[in-house]
Design a protein around this ligand. Structure first.
Ligand SMILES: [Zn+2]
Ligand SMILES: [Zn+2]
Length: 321
């Protein structure tokens, strides 16, 4: 017998049993969301891109990172295939969610090259996961397996966070050719774009990924991101990591206009592996702290800042326009 398949079947059965036994996983989250409405704006900070065992960071240190950076909640994204030096199982994220229900919004991710992937995703849905991410396997964006997962997110009314990296050994390659097809075909799923190739397309001039994944210097207006964000309200921009920060700081005048054009689609996120909000265990840099500082500088309007820090991510999560 195929042991892996057998254990997956047991897992799906356990998920169904959990639902039948009535574990109402969403209720604490909603109760906490009501409390959060009391917070003055823009003091609510939702990090749309966080992992747990980034550089072996524990759950407790991940929460410490949230405390130190003023982060109220985070989308916590597993990476079951271990890409980018993070190996984080969806079950581990669910376990952390049960420990910190008011802080963690659990996403799931599983190897979409496995034949039972759609059953597994449905099981994670029953167990309380709220979206897929980080979608990051060595598959081209137009691969049928990628499309099947996007279609399931559309059915479940979920967001999906996708890592776009067009290098030879990259992930979801072909964003410029294929992303619009999905945005047009699947109107309910919220596609949250992340990583180097997504952000290189802030400019109309995108160098070959062989030359660099991190273009610098002034942005040439008319880039693919401006076009897609304007045409498709179901696309969101995850500003996390070095890729987001470098793109947003290469031409700050352009960035200020970019924020003005898409105020409802930009999501604060860190992807930060540090432990204390000051770069501990990560070259003295905290992606959360430095992006917060940049956004406070470039978005002077408090209510727009609250959108970027919190409200846009909640709309991407809940699918309410
Ligand atoms: Zn990540
Ligand atoms: Zn940090």
């Amino acid at each position: 017998m195929n042991t892996a398949r057998h254990s997956r079947r047991l897992f799906v059965q356990a998920a169904t049993a959990a639902l039948v036994s009535g574990s109402a996983l969403r209720r604490p989250f909603e109760a906490q969301a009501a409390d959060e409405k009391q917070l003055p704006t823009p003091n609510r900070l939702l990090d749309c891109h966080l992992h747990i065992n980034h550089f072996d960071r524990s759950v407790e240190d991940t929460i410490r990172h949230m405390d130190q950076t003023g982060t109220t909640k985070a989308f916590v994204l597993p990476l079951e295939t271990g890409e980018g030096n993070v190996l984080l199982r969806s079950e581990t994220v669910l376990h952390a969610f049960h420990l910190y229900k008011d802080r963690i919004i659990p996403f799931c991710q599983t190897d979409i090259r496995q034949p039972d992937v759609l059953d597994r995703i449905r099981a994670y849905h029953l167990l309380g996961c709220r979206g897929i991410g980080e979608q990051k396997e060595h598959l081209r964006l137009d691969d049928k397996r990628v499309e099947a997962v996007i279609a399931l997110c559309d059915e479940l009314n979920w967001p999906i966070t996708i890592h776009f990296q067009d290098s030879a050994n990259g992930y979801n390659q072909g964003m410029a050719e294929h992303l619009e097809t999905y945005l047009k075909r699947y109107r309910r799923v919220r596609i949250i774009g992340h990583a180097q190739t997504f952000w290189a397309n802030i400019s109309a001039e995108v160098p070959s990924p062989d030359r660099t994944l991190y273009p610098t210097g002034p942005v040439r207006p008319g880039g693919l991101l401006d076009k897609l964000l304007s045409d498709y309200p179901n696309l969101y921009a995850d500003m996390s990591a070095g890729s987001g920060y470098r793109a947003l700081t290469r031409d700050e005048d352009f960035t200020a206009g970019f924020f003005d054009r898409h105020p409802g689609q930009i999501l604060f996120g860190s992807d930060c592996p540090c432990r204390d909000g000051a770069g501990e265990n990560f070259k003295g840099v905290c992606y959360s702290t430095q992006l917060q500082r940049l956004l406070r500088k470039l978005i002077p309007d408090e209510s727009r800042l609250d959108d970027a820090f919190h409200n846009n991510a909640m709309r991407a999560l809940d699918g309410v326009a």
